[in-house]
Design a binder for this molecule. Sequence first.
Ligand SMILES: Cc1ncc(COP(=O)(O)O)c(C=O)c1O
Length: 372
Amino acid sequence: MNLRRLGPEYYDRLPIYPPGKPIEETAREFGLAEDQIAKLASNENVLGPSPKAVAAIQAALPKLNLYPDGSAFYLKEALCRRYSNYGVTFDHLLPANGTNEVIELLMKSILQPDEKIAVWTPTFIIYELCCRSNGRQVVHVPMDPDFTYGVDAMIQAIESDPKIKMVFLANPNNPTGSWVGADWMGEFIQRLPSEIVFILDEAYKEFVRAENQADGISIALGRPRTLTMRTFSKAYGLAGIRVGYGIGDRDMVALLNKARAPFNCNSLAQAAAVGALEDEEFLVASRELVENQLPALRRGLEGFGVKTWDSQTNFLLGDFQQPFDPLFPKFLEEGVILRPMTGYGLPTFARVNIGTEANHHRLWAACEKILG
Ligand SMILES: Cc1ncc(COP(=O)(O)O)c(C=O)c1O
């Protein structure tokens, strides 16, 4: 029987996103208790979720029979309050099912069939996967040595390929932890052709400690065709409920609004996000944990011969100086889940996020056994 193809041809070449290995699965496979496992693979918040977000979720549960508020009124109101000094209004905001959904909506609504995105590599692999799953192409611009963002390389790529329509910049970047400051951003924006759509991904913004920070929201409100994205998954510990947002150019937000599903941001996610925005205490604790633990994590890894880079996030990129894929199951056996970076073209690397002191003890015991 000659059946019509099930899906588009470009799906045949599409890799599947490799998520961090879940704690439950690791416990089952290796006969470990779940509370013995240190999951340091997905840049999650090891403090748990924001308590105010959890209380807000509980308060919203009796209304689960109703569809969510499709306009996410209270979440937008809370975000406008949070960013009142920028003059943010409802029409600058797009709440979504995690920033992942904003990325998908951008690919779907902005790119015409022959248009491309450009990214510095290595970066968050979802940009590429979402782009390619929409049948569009990605132009990779290698980062400079030591994983820094080069302005010249990206501008040259854009000038030499008129099909490039949209550029993604993760600041700070996943998986490298690199970041750019206000001066870099000023130069880049000044040289970026005005018709290019600029997406600034600030998923880890709350962890940035550096001075002279680039201010994503003023950039997104000040430059047409610009959107910044933020998430509740990291600093607020809400990765499981899926809530993030885009903020920027009103015309872009209007377009994305047409592409989204009517109830894209579920009612518990909206409630949790409103609760989290009131939880300054949790935000401070999350930042402090990262500030206090990051130097120790870096020193510890370097002590085992793992090369690391400066990071302004809640994780470190480590070069184990030997293929990491064979080491990965050995770490799992010791109850430590790290994130191999082979899919990012970095076969000797793994990403390690900040854990609790107990998580780190387990990591050091595993390193001693495997690398020592
Ligand atoms: C750079 C970057 N952007 C976006 C996301 C996705 O965040 P969300 O959970 O809001 O979809 C991640 C998640 O790891 C990330 O690292």
